[in-house]
Ligand binder design. Structure first.
Ligand code: UDP
Ligand code: MG
Length: 315
């Protein structure tokens, strides 16, 4: 098998401090990979500037002037991590045989790429980088992240446990991914929908080399909500269930109220008020859930996801 043309796509948002270190590491990596003939000499590192407000773009331009293996993609505004990744994949898809996405801060061990390529050679189209230890994250980040994975699982979303956005995708996997029409992108949930032959490579996650996290708590919560609502209708179903529960309770309450009424223990007006609260409450929740079911359907339709992804057509 010919050595693949590998593109390494790196989203960068205000990474002027981390980029020079990261770029140096990437250049060394490419040198070694090409020398060992694991990748083709046409392999590149694509740096996507996600509308940074610092000197990130200047750093990228300097890198590009110095070494043509570094390419720059500049987004006109801060589109967000997922969209920056998407943009990068979109731009390089036609030039590569495989691509790796990795964060700009070197928290993910670049040596895992050797493992990715090995799996790629074995015929995998999707290789996930999975961190086998989260000791460098704060206890808070660790527990919230793990709770999130568990919740997603219960909501029926297939995700690879502890896999971030560090992965290798073959060209056809990228092409398939780019067919997804959704605007709200949650790549960690979308990639497992692709299918294809898949593998995992374990690595240790380190500290950021420089700069600070671009994911403060607010963004993390937004990310989690995005993940849940982009993939699951279950919260809506929950409302419907609640409605049925309350309707049943309402009937029980009605019986109780009528018994009290005829036994003569009630104040005037109490029976009718209580009964309408319970019964109407239940009916309203059912109705809301029902409308929600349809909204959910519309929502899934508007995503225009591909109905199938072709792996092979043998004639
Ligand atoms: N990032 C981006 N756009 C944003 C926020 C982050 O492109 O709006 C990039 C950032 O430059 C980094 C990656 O996404 O390469 C992950 O961000 P970070 O390392 O800050 O997240 P953490 O590791 O703390 O979860
Ligand atoms: Mg990071």
């Amino acid at each position: 098998m010919k050595a693949p043309v590998l593109y390494i796509v790196i989203p960068c948002y205000n990474e002027e401090e981390a980029l020079p270190i990261t770029a140096k590491r990437m250049a060394e990596l490419l040198d070694d990979l090409t020398q060992k003939q694991l990748v083709d000499a046409k392999s590149r590192v694509t740096l996507v500037d996600d509308g940074s407000r610092d000197k990130t773009w200047e750093v990228i331009c300097a890198l590009n002037a110095e070494d043509k293996r570094f390419e720059g993609v500049k987004l006109a505004h801060n589109a967000g991590h997922m969209n920056a990744l998407w943009a990068g994949m979109r731009m390089v898809c036609e030039f590569c045989d495989a691509l790796v996405t990795i964060d700009a801060d070197l928290q993910d061990d670049v040596n895992a790429i050797y493992g990715f390529l090995e799996k790629y050679r074995e015929g995998c189209d999707v290789v996930y980088g999975v961190r086998n230890d989260r000791s460098t994250d704060t206890a808070f980040k660790r527990t919230t992240a793990q709770g999130f994975y568990r919740l997603m699982k219960r909501l029926g979303v297939e995700m690879v446990y502890n896999a971030a956005d560090y992965r290798l995708l073959s060209r056809r996997a990228v092409e398939a991914l780019l067919q997804f029409g959704e605007v709200n992108m949650f790549l960690r949930g979308m990639v497992p929908l692709l299918g294809f032959k898949t593998a995992e490579v374990y690595y240790e996650r380190g500290e950021r080399v420089a700069g600070e996290s671009k994911y403060p708590l607010k963004k993390m919560v937004a990310f989690a909500i995005e993940g849940i609502t982009s993939f699951s209708n279950k919260p809506i179903r929950f409302v419907t269930l609640l409605g049925f529960l309350f309707a049943v309770l309402g009937v029980a309450m009605a019986v109780y109220v009528l018994v009290t009424l005829f036994a003569g223990h009630s104040v005037a007006g109490w029976a009718s008020t209580i009964m309408s609260i319970w019964l109407l409450g239940g009916i309203q929740l059912i109705a809301l859930g029902l409308i929600g079911e349809y909204v959910g359907k519309i929502y899934m339709e508007t995503k225009r996801r591909p109905k199938f992804i072709l792996e092979e057509y043998r004639k």
